[in-house]
Design a protein around this ligand. Structure first.
Ligand code: HEM
Length: 206
């Protein structure tokens, strides 16, 4: 089966929705731990349900990724660059899955209720343990930094494809249409004039 030229529309919708949600979560997380004001509780009340939404969306996204074949990377891309692209994509999937699970597990180990709304409480997924809580809290923090760095690298790579290589990679995740082919135009003065037509000798010459 030949690979499609663009990602499936559902894969593109999930990609851009989750990009906004994950970036929002990273900033909410940093904002939340840098304040002891009443905003802390307010931000945490957004952070938990949004994180669980990301967990559900990433499970759906992995199913969509396995069901619909993604486009192949350009054949002329160096092997090392292709390896870096694939490795960073799997790292992003792993982080989208791990961050919400670790957040949920951390609160469970700390003995805190994981409330998605004032009445909707999720079950604990780990037994209460101060050691586990401390360990998971560090993991959630350091993986958040790794997430930030991986997203920065991912955005840099997307810009490199869109602005420098100008290949099909960027449109395959945006409009779905291949990049416009650039036709190198010849300056008019370099176009050879047509050869003068040689007319056959006329019969009534002379
Ligand atoms: C994609 C999902 C998630 C992302 C990107 C994310 C990101 C972050 C970030 C950046 C921080 C600040 C880390 C620091 O500098 O110490 C944080 C803290 C925190 N997150 Fe998440 N998070 C996610 C999911 C969750 C979920 C699902 C929960 C709970 C159900 C959760 C609970 C917490 C808690 C309680 C803190 C505060 C930890 C502390 O006080 O040190 N997170 N998160």
């Amino acid at each position: 089966m030949t690979a499609p030229r663009a990602f499936h529309p559902l894969a593109r919708l999930l990609h851009w929705t989750m990009a906004v949600l994950v970036l929002t979560m990273l900033f909410i997380g940093v904002g939340m731990v840098s304040t002891v004001s009443s905003k802390h509780q307010w931000l945490l009340a957004i952070h938990k349900p949004l994180g669980i939404t990301i967990l559900l969306l990433v499970v759906l996204r992995i199913m969509v990724r396995l069901r619909f074949q993604p486009p192949a990377l350009p054949a002329d891309m160096p092997a090392l660059m292709k390896f870096a692209a694939h490795a960073s994509h799997w790292l992003l999937y792993a982080l989208m899955l791990a961050m919400p699970l670790i957040g949920w597990a951390m609160l469970s180990a700390g003995g805190y209720p994981v409330m998605l709304s004032s009445s909707w409480r999720l079950p604990a997924i780990l037994p209460a343990s101060p050691v586990l809580f401390a360990w998971l809290r560090e993991a959630h923090q350091y993986l958040a930094y790794l997430f930030f760095l991986t997203i920065l690298g991912h955005m840099g790579a997307a810009l490199y494809h869109a602005l420098i290589r100008r290949d099909d990679v960027y449109p395959s995740m945006t409009t779905g249409f291949p990049a416009p082919v650039e036709i190198a135009e010849k300056p008019l003065e370099h176009i050879e004039p047509p050869a003068p037509e040689v007319l056959p000798p006329s019969d009534n010459a002379g």
